[in-house]
Design a protein around this ligand. Structure first.
Ligand code: UGA
Length: 431
């Protein structure tokens, strides 16, 4: 079976490579010609461990190809995955412009039956809307099915998540379409849940919002731990052993970021407002996240005396390790706050780069941690790259003007750092 993936962003490329790995013939489609050229040369438009190697292997065996020719691509492929972006509108709603354009193109160009699979994160009711858009664009009636199949991949561990998912959700009203999609995933090791399209759409938002709620709950509790001299990481171990709570997503820090949690929660809140429902817990989840980094910046500022005129090293600018994505990264808010306070900032990240437009004589990025921390008054750790956990902190201390170490991800051992002479402060810790 030939499969077309529309939209070569993060989810589209990862889905295309997974389906190729499962043995299908896959075409990746995107209107951005330079992106198509790059992919055709075996280069990923983003950083993701393991995927670049997979791309080159499948290009060599010609199991995957890339194109911008939409009419031909829709004509050649029986199954079409929609992986186009659904960015946030100014009111928090998900902007469905790219979904609409894709649906209209499918309606216009399809010559025979097509199974359309919605992978993009879309508001409840979008499946029905896509059916209408395709119907309206068809010159004459040709049968098709639209199923909802939300994606649960995490950036940085896409490969493992795709090959061994916790579940595959199929939202479908049609048994034949369900079985066709199920057959595409037959070699994936994970349970399949079949449900209604609207339910599948809500499951995606509900899952992200629930995970974000766990994080904000721990982050707020961490503030109390800081005041009481209790270690939040120990609390997380203690509560996580209760199988009703579970050990994951209990790590306190400077807040969640990325292209998914913030955007999806705003979209869910928008949907709830449209239906006159107050999701008050979720509103607080957002509020805690928006204030978490600032809460700890105030504490660290007091420890240091002031940020004014100080030189501060910021290590790790991506929203989490193993990705080059800095969208909604807490580090960016921290850098803005430091700039407001007239600090000089020296930044490092193993992969992610600050946009050139942000750089100035007060904000510079360096390619080694040693250079970055030279003569700094304090180091702020913003994402837990392995490299930072295994560095020789004793050596690094000699380069600092003052040994203040602010650990925004609780990635180092506070007792050990204190013993090495650092003024160490983490999130919800007794140091
Ligand atoms: C998230 C979901 O985990 C995926 O299941 C989903 O498919 C994806 O969004 C999406 O909707 O596309 P992702 O944003 O890649 O994946 O990253 P996560 O690993 O979930 O981390 C999100 C943020 O939460 C990061 O900033 C991370 O540092 C933070 N986090 C995570 C914590 O602060 N504490 C934790 O215990 C876990």
């Amino acid at each position: 079976m030939n499969i077309l993936i529309m939209g070569m962003g993060y989810v589209g490329v990862a889905t295309a490579l997974l389906l190729t790995e499962l043995g299908w013939q896959v075409t990746g489609l995107d209107p951005n010609k330079s992106r198509i050229r790059t992919l055709s040369h075996g280069v990923l438009p983003f950083y993701e461990p393991g995927l670049d190697e997979m791309l080159r292997t499948h290009l060599a065996s010609r199991r995957i190809t890339f194109t911008s020719e939409i009419g031909q691509a829709i004509d050649d492929n029986e199954v079409i995955f929609l992986c186009v972006g659904t960015p946030s509108g100014s009111d928090g709603s998900a902007d469905l412009q790219f979904i609409k354009e894709a649906a209209e193109s499918i309606g216009k160009h399809m010559q025979g039956y097509r199974l359309i699979v919605i992978k993009s994160t879309v508001p409840v009711g979008t499946n029905e809307q896509v059916v209408q858009w395709i119907n309206q664009a068809q010159p004459s009636a040709i049968p098709f099915d639209v199923v909802s199949n939300p994606e649960f991949l995490r950036e940085g561990s896409a490969l493992q998540d795709a090959l061994e998912p916790d579940r595959i959700i199929i939202g479908s009203d049609n048994d034949q379409a369900t079985e066709l999609l199920r057959s595409l995933y037959k070699h994936v090791n994970g349970p399949v849940v079949v449900t209604k399209p609207k339910t599948a759409e809500l499951i995606k938002y509900a899952a992200n919002a629930f995970l974000a709620s766990k994080i904000s709950y721990m982050n707020e509790l961490a503030r109390l731990c800081t005041k009481m001299g209790v270690n939040i990481a120990d609390v997380a171990v203690g509560i996580g052993m209760d199988h009703r709570i579970g050990p994951h997503f209990l790590r306190a820090g400077i807040g969640y970021g990325g292209s998914c949690f913030p955007k999806d929660i705003h979209a869910l809140l928008f949907t709830a407002r449209e239906h006159d429902v107050d999701l008050t817990i979720l509103e607080k989840v957002v509020q805690v996240n928006q204030t978490q980094a600032l809460y700890y910046m105030n504490i660290w500022e007091q420890l240091l005396g002031s940020f004014n005129g100080k030189t501060i090293a910021v290590l790790g600018i991506s929203f989490k390790p193993d990705t080059d994505d800095i969208r909604e990264a807490p580090a960016i808010g921290i850098i803005s706050k430091l700039l407001e306070n007239s600090a000089v900032i020296r930044v490092h990240d193993p992969i992610a780069k600050l946009p050139k437009s942000m750089l100035s004589k007060h904000l510079k990025q360096f390619d080694s941690v040693e250079k970055t921390v030279q003569n700094c008054d304090a180091v702020i750790l913003c994402s837990e790259w392995k490299q930072y956990m295994t560095m020789d902190w004793e050596q690094l201390k000699r380069r600092l003007k003052q040994p203040y170490l602010f650990d925004g991800r609780n990635m180092l051992d506070g007792a050990q750092m204190t013993a090495q002479g650092y003024h160490y402060s983490g999130i919800g810790m007794s140091w």
